[in-house]
Design a protein around this ligand. Structure first.
Ligand code: 5RP
Length: 232
């Protein structure tokens, strides 16, 4: 898939996911470029069909974009049990276990995914993979960064504090923490690794999402359309 095809694939996935929205729903709004396509289509539906929906944003970026698009927003304090969450992913395996967090929003994304009745993942189909492997982002309180860096190699990972692109020094998440990107050549037991990473003191959350497979569907986009994977 070249860059233009990937962009079409993401757009197709995002647009398709908007079909899952019904009038009156509370919707978790994930973070990233594919979710943005979903929000654009959702905003069109809100205007054209006069449906009433409320979004729960998972990041500052999503909150800003949703406001620009005219999507009404609330928080989990107002609506602790969204009907649906729509979010992107960096990888999804055949059991719909996920790696997320390229955008450093993984903790709020996981909170919303856990709270929602259903999770719709939007991604280009090249992210649908036989086995998860590679970089698992981990959100860590700054106080614990060094001990976490020392603990990750014991689990087989190579840790690196994520640096800003247009800012010197570490990326600071919406929650005021660091992201430690932990690279694993293979991940034979994703659920076990998720548990072990989140048990390290000072780790807030990790980007492995293995507990929501029963309520997850994947809208896998390609340049020509989409494929729905998972229980409907
Ligand atoms: C942000 C995420 C994103 O949802 C994930 O990285 C996918 O992003 P994109 O749709 O831009 O490829 O987990 O923390």
């Amino acid at each position: 898939m070249n860059a233009a095809e990937r962009e079409k694939a993401k757009r197709n996935a995002g647009m398709k996911a908007a079909e899952f929205v019904r009038d009156g729903m509370i919707i978790g709004l994930g973070t990233g470029s594919t979710t943005y396509h979903f929000m654009v289509r959702l905003a069109e539906r809100i205007k054209a069909e006069e449906i009433s929906v409320t979004g729960i944003p998972t990041s500052l970026q999503t909150a800003i974009r949703a406001r620009e698009l005219g999507i009404p927003l609330a928080t989990l304090d107002d609506h602790p049990d969204p009907d649906l969450a729509v979010d992107g992913a960096d990888q999804a395996d055949r059991d719909l276990r996920l790696i997320k967090g390229r955008g450093a929003a993984l903790t709020r994304e996981k909170v919303v995914a856990a709270a929602a009745a259903r999770l719709v993942i939007v991604a280009d189909e090249e992210k649908y993979t036989e086995r998860l492997a590679g970089t698992v982002p981990v959100e860590v309180i700054p106080f614990a960064a060094r001990p976490v860096m020392l603990a990750v190699p014991e689990l087989g990972g190579e840790p690196a504090i994520r640096e800003g692109k247009a800012k010197d020094g570490p990326v600071i998440t919406d929650n005021g923490n660091y992201i430690i990107d932990c690279t694993f050549p293979t991940i034979p037991d994703p659920a076990g690794l998720e548990e072990e990473l989140t048990l390290i003191p000072g780790v807030l959350e990790c980007g492995l999402f293995c507990r929501y497979t029963q309520k997850t569907i994947l809208v896998a986009g390609n340049a020509a359309g989409t494929r729905i994977i998972g229980k409907n």
